[in-house]
Design a protein around this ligand. Sequence first.
Ligand code: PEP
Ligand code: MN
Length: 354
Amino acid sequence: MKPGATPREVDAVVAVVESIGFRAHPMPGATRTAIGITGNQGPIDGRRFENIPGVAEVIRVTKPYKLITLDLRPEKTVVRVDDATIGASELAIIAGPCAIENRDQAFAVAETVQQSGARFFRGGVWKPRTSPYAFQGLGEKGWKIMAEIRNAFGLKIVTEALEPPHVDLIEDYGDVIQIGARNMQNFSLLRRAGRSKLPVLLKRGMAATLEEWLLAAEYIMAEGNYNVILCERGVRTFAQHTRNTLDLASVPAIRRISHLPVIVDPSHGTGSAYMVTPLARAGVAVGADGLMIEVHNKPELALSDGAQALTPSQFAQLIAEVRAIREATAPDSNKTRIQNPQNSEIPVDALANR
Ligand code: PEP
Ligand code: MN
């Protein structure tokens, strides 16, 4: 739509799209609204929309995915949870234990991650474990703890739904629905999350190509939920020195295709605490909008993923380091920029901290 298009003009275009049996996806942006159209089998004649008042141009998206693309929405999506954002200039930090184990553990971790500046608290209530005999999560009991943490610390709650009914509970007590690697192509779960009002954090499947991952995001958006965050968490390769191979090249690759925010999870991406900080630094340097980090007050006693959990002090150190990297590399940083002798730009503050 043209920059000055009125809400009424947007509604009129939506009505035309729907009257011919397609689905309209209006996505307001800072300067103009894009209206995605889905439901057409093959190309349609776009000229019929061209003369409707307020329409700026009709763009045909010939890729398999449509709503995720920069063709449709050239400006980045910013996901907002109250005053916390993912995809804006602030680096989004989602931190917490792999699983909620008990009240003391969850509170101890929540307190420390909040003190270090995290705005989002993660923690599994239902855990997708490889073995049926491994700890499966506290279930409903975990929810009570999550709700208390949300009240006590003002942290936004991010937790994984393993099946569609879990989304109902997250809608009551949580802030962001996580869909895990194992469920990236669980289409009924994607559709259910797509009908939710809450943002969805979609992890990359263990063997998913970029296209499969983006099409999974498209499933969510096709249902009308445009607040999707992509999370690179590594894929399985022949490498044995890490749990997964963290594919940091996916971050710039996604940037070139999609307006969706993308974050990096170096905890599941490496599986070892000693590698988490180096890969977190790299994730921020490569342009991620945020990080997901597993933290435990007693990693040696953790009921899941203890080997990759950072201690609270390691986490605090990581945050200080990645913030500095963000300052030095963020393209939209508001810092005054000066030229260095090699003619590349460095923010003044980053120089002052050397
Ligand atoms: C998790 O975040 O705890 C998790 C199970 O991650 P993934 O789906 O990436 O394996
Ligand atoms: Mn985990």
